[in-house]
Design a protein around this ligand. Structure first.
Ligand code: ADP
Ligand code: MG
Length: 339
């Protein structure tokens, strides 16, 4: 069995992924301990990817969604490996778009009756007066497709038209895209790691995330809080709330057509009602600090190694179902890895 982990020198990527090379090495070490042949490929060109294909790995573990190519379109790894007939982990190109574009995910889920904060998209000067705004203050302004809290800080929370205009202008200047304006949800915050196991069961790990209180008395998971690692992650104390959060995450996971694994962010309003916030479909995998493995540990006592085993389970099961008889790798080995 030969597996490759695919990443890119991704410091400049604003979108999500397993994390830095350190995270990829942790995943690599775990897979080595499982006894598989595995290597890490840092790809920055189409030729690098062609070299991966030539080595014909039985499974590629995608640590990033795409490889940026200067002056050309990004190469989306799922499409590339789909076309070259290589088995890969994670969701299809179509589903990953829900991770990249929060509005696409929100409209898709709203159409299926799943709750998400009311929103509109806006560019500077689109709305001239407070009365013209489609939703009333307080509002929350964030980039359409960034991740890791980029562009999000206390100024995202706006309570009047001047604050609104200032934040629209600054986000538009930085991200050069229409800004996502949401109803402000003032309740608690949760994240849920969901993994489809080899027998199609879902492993669901819901936790509460408590960002530090800012100087303005707000609890927002912006870029600074994430960088400082100053948020707390805890077991959800109330059984009923945990069930409600888990149920919403499962609904979103299924409705978005997520394959293998994903992390769903949820927030409550002042009444305690749950709202889908976003889907992270190539979640951070940094040992001891990323939400995904932490949620699995805190909610279910799963070790980092177990989490890596589980996120590979779907991919390993696909090898079993597609390899011709006679060429099948050792079935016992695979099954012991995915149970
Ligand atoms: N509508 C909202 N109301 C209140 N806080 C929000 C809202 N949307 C996002 N936030 C806060 O901003 C953080 C980051 O938002 P999110 O959409 O998850 O972006 P990112 O992709 O950067 O994680 C959330 O974890 C939450 O603390
Ligand atoms: Mg988030």
């Amino acid at each position: 069995m030969y597996i490759e982990i695919i990443t890119t020198p991704n410091d400049a990527l604003k979108e999500s992924g397993f994390g830095s090379l350190k995270a990829c090495h942790s995943v690599l070490n775990t897979i080595q301990r499982m006894g598989y042949g595995v290597s890490l490929s840092v790809c920055s060109t189409k030729e690098d990817l062609d070299d991966v294909v030539a080595r014909r790995p039985e499974l590629v573990i995608l640590a990033v969604k795409y490889i940026p190519i200067e002056n050309e379109d990004n190469i989306w790894l799922t499409s590339f490996f789909e076309q070259t007939g290589i088995n890969y982990t994670g969701s299809s190109r179509e589903t990953l778009e829900f991770d990249s574009n929060k509005v696409l995910a929100k409209t898709h889920l709203t159409n299926k009756g799943i709750s998400t904060a009311a929103y509109f998209l806006a560019i500077p000067d689109q709305y001239k007066r407070e009365e013209d705004l489609p939703i009333h203050f307080p509002l929350f302004l964030k980039p359409l497709d960034a991740a890791n809290g980029n562009g999000i800080d206390d100024l995202s929370f706006v309570t009047n038209f001047t604050e609104y205009k200032n934040k629209i202008n600054s986000l538009y200047k930085t991200f050069k895209q229409p800004v996502l304006v949401e109803q402000y949800l003032e309740g608690r915050e949760f994240t849920v790691a969901v993994i489809k196991t080899s027998n199609n069961d879902l492993s669901v790990s819901a936790v509460e995330v408590i960002p530090p209180v800012s100087g303005n008395g707000l609890r927002i998971l912006g870029a600074q809080a994430k960088k400082d690692d100053s948020e707390k992650i805890i077991r959800i104390p109330e059984r009923q709330l945990k069930d409600k959060v888990s149920a919403l995450a499962i609904q979103a996971f299924n409705a978005l057509g997520v394959r293998d694994f994903g992390r769903i962010d949820i927030k409550t309003n002042e009444k305690g009602e749950c709202f889908f916030m976003e889907a992270n479909l190539v979640p951070g995998m940094t040992y001891s600090s990323s939400y995904f493995p932490q949620a699995c540990d805190i909610a279910q006592g799963l070790s980092y190694d177990k989490v890596v085993e589980l996120i590979m389970a779907g991919g390993l099961a696909r090898i079993m179902s597609t390899t011709p008889p006679g060429l099948k790798p050792d079935a016992r080995k695979i099954l012991s890895a995915v149970v």
